[in-house]
Design a protein around this ligand. Structure first.
Ligand code: HEC
Length: 136
């Protein structure tokens, strides 16, 4: 019996460790390697809820082709707050403002509990990365 308990505990510890959980993703680029830094910043702050694959809606809508797109229009995504409307187009300025502090832009946003990315440099990296995630 004590042996089994120990094995269970070890499994739980593995699952709880983010470093181990990510280890299966292969050659993850390290921070500071040019354009990969944008991918890393996106992975760190956004990937829990967003994919950049077309049609891949998760907790948040797919961000494929989001730069230049009208807000709140991702097909098949049912979790919008209603605060994002086609009156607004996502560009560098609007994206920067939104991800700096989502609730300041849309008070009832469903993009929670994400609190925003305070570091302007990180936001810039993320937006540059998002620009590359489109067909055009
Ligand atoms: C906790 C989950 C979560 C995290 C983390 C998150 N988002 Fe979101 N995101 C959402 C949800 C939910 C919405 C829909 C918001 C609404 O309708 O108010 C959304 C909406 C958006 C939109 C608008 C999409 C559209 O169709 O107009 C953009 C752009 C966006 N997120 C970018 C980001 C970026 C960039 C990050 C990382 C810096 C991020 N999000 C982190 C959940 C998340």
């Amino acid at each position: 019996m004590p042996k089994i308990r120990h094995a269970l505990f070890a499994t739980a510890a593995l699952v709880a460790s983010p470093a181990v959980a990510n280890a299966g993703e292969g050659a993850a680029p390290q921070p500071g390697q040019g354009e990969d830094a944008g991918q890393i910043a996106f992975n760190t702050h956004c990937r829990n809820c967003h994919s950049t694959k077309p049609g891949d809606n998760r907790l948040g809508p797919t961000l494929h082709g989001i730069v230049g797109a009208k807000a709140g229009q991702v097909k098949g995504f049912g979790g919008y707050s209603g605060g994002l409307t086609a009156d607004m187009t996502w560009d560098e300025a609007t994206l920067d403002k939104f991800i700096a502090n989502p609730t300041a832009m849309i008070s009832n946003t469903t993009m929670k509990p994400f609190g925003g990315v305070a570091d302007a440099e990180q936001r810039k990296l993320i937006i540059e990365f998002l620009k590359t995630q489109s067909d055009s």
